[in-house]
Every structure is written in structure tokens, then in C-alpha cells.
Design a protein around this ligand. Sequence first.
Ligand code: KG4
Ligand code: ZN
Length: 351
Amino acid sequence: MLVLGIETSCDETAAAVVTGEREILADVVLSQLDEHRPFGGIVPEIAARSHLEHLDRLVVEAMARAGVTFAELDAVAATGGPGLIGGVIVGVMTAKAIALAAGKSFLAVNHLEGHALTARLTHGIAFPYLLLLVSGGHCQLLAVEGVGRYRRLGTTIDDAAGEAFDKVAKMVGLGYPGGPAVERAAAQGDPARFALPRPMKGRPGCDFSFSGLKNAVRLLVESLPQPLSGRDAADVAAGFQAAVAGSVADRTARAIREFRERWPEGRHLVVAGGVAANSLLRAILQTVASENGLEFLAPPLRLCTDNAAMIAWAGVERLRLGLTDGLEFAPRPRWPLDPTARKVGGAGVKA
Ligand code: KG4
Ligand code: ZN
């Protein structure tokens, strides 16, 4: 089985070719970081235009690297949502056009399902497993029961974890994107100098919250001499990172206990999403998993952040089950993995 995958839901334009035997034949990613950096965040209009400008070339490049022709494909999969709608439209229209012209199946993949199934591509693990999805737009704990079958155990009631990293980076003057900058600064800092709250720690359930912590950091920064010295910035970054990791560890430990009760045959805790690149978080999750009886798995960094290999792979999984889509599929700005989960938080919460 051979599937071409396309990802355009955020600020990475990507195309990949993946086989049913879990081989990634090509995986091309073009980051738009430099185009958005002057604005300190992602500008949807710029993102959509940039996807439109680069996607055809990336598809041609991925096909050439894989050494396959459109005629040899079984299907074309594209992210159908959730995400910035202009970009999703570009990817979906491109995939539909290729599928129609080459007479292949079209698959609209939920971007979150792409992240959720990546560990089956990289490690071949069986269902069910527990997934912590931590990115710029999401922070969720999900029991992955099968393709298209997700039970949400917890989600953020306000900001996503990556969003908090990005905002804190701005407050301490570290630029965009914030996560990697905060991690680099934190490596030079003392996490114990400033006492910051571990949001939700000890509370029932597995939900997250980061806006209180973000405000605590804002007040702390305002109380320090301006502009912040390098030492102060590093100590704030280290304190914030430790608080996020402590909070995520507490929530994940609770989710593992619930998961093991309801899905006793499950063996793995999997992490995915951009924030999964954080080494402190990875180390803490490793400990939490082993203390609570699960094996910890983290896909390689380039498959944690947005890419098309995960979309092609989700396409393989769906194609095997005959879950193809018609060309009438309409891109979806919102698309929760667990439609039965209750709505939480305010207007800013994405799923
Ligand atoms: O999954 P992703 O690439 O894009 C989506 O949001 O879908 O995640 C991007 C987020 C950003 O908020 C970025 O600051 C954060 O992941 N991030 C990190 C690190 N690397 C990226 N956060 C903490 N530590 C990192 N090393
Ligand atoms: Zn993503």
C-alpha cells in the first residue's frame, strides 16, 4: 500500500509518501517560520498564500524522492482540519485534484488523528494506548482505542501548553517561536528561585489550565527590574518550564491510573505535538509512566512536530478499513477527536 500525504493546517507545508509496511519513502517539510517571525506569531493569510505557493513543488519533490509515480499510489490523504482554514483548503483541493486526475481514493485526515497514530508508524504499537497531545493549539489526554475511536480523558480549560510557552517567551523577550527559546534560556536558569504554581495539581480529573500560570509569570516579570537581565530571564524561564512540567506530570499520572482501570490491556503512554520536543517534559513523563506501570514512547522530534508522514500514515490506516472520503468533503476548521467529550473553557479553546 502506498499513500501520498499532504499537511497544510498551520505553518508547515509538507508532503510525504508512506507505505503500508511503515516505511517513510519521502518526508518533505517547509517551515514558514521566517515569513511569520516579523509579526511575532502566525498570520493566517500569509500562511494560506505560502502553502499555495509551495505545495505543488513539495508534492513533486516528495514523489521524486520516493521514486514513485501517481499511478502507483493507492490514495492521496490531506489534513481536512482542524486548523487555519485557508491552509486546509489549499491542501484538500490539491489532494482532491491529484486523486481525481490519477483515479485514486481521497482521504480527509483529522490532523489530531495524524499525531495520535504516529506511534503506530514509528513503533508499530497495538491499540489501546494513552496519548498526551501537547502542541501550540492543543493539550489533551486521550485513550486511543482504534482508528477513529478516541476517548478524551482531559483537556485544557483555557490555553494550550505551547501557547503558554510562546506567550511567556514574549514576556521575557525571547522571541518567536517561544518553546525552544524558553527551553534554551531555562537551561541556564535556576528553577527554584521563583515559586510558581503547578496549575490543577491534585485536583480531580485530568484537565489542564495554563492561563493562571501565565498571569503569575506576567506579575513576576513586572515585579523585576526592567529590562530583564539575562539571569532574571533565565530563572523565570526555568521556573515556568518546571511549573508546566510539574502540572503536566500530575495530570498525566492521574490519566494513567484512569486509563489502566478502564483499558487494562493498554501498555503505552505516547507523547506527541510540538511541546513533546521539550527534554524536561520528556524526562518527567518517562518517570511518571514507569512509576505508574506504562512504557513511555516518544516519536522522533521531526515526527512530533507537524509533518505529512503522519497524515499519509493515518491515510494508510483509514484506507485499510475502507474509510475513504468523497470529493464533496468540506474542510473543517474545528474537528474534535472525541465528539462525545463535553465542551470546556471559553471561546479560545480549540477542542
Ligand atoms: O505541534 P506543533 O509543531 O504545531 C501545532 O501547534 O500544531 O507545536 C508547536 C508548539 C509551539 O507552541 C512551540 O512553542 C512548542 O510547540 N514547542 C516547544 C518546544 N518546541 C516547540 N515547547 C516547549 N519546548 C520545546 N522545546
Ligand atoms: Zn500539529
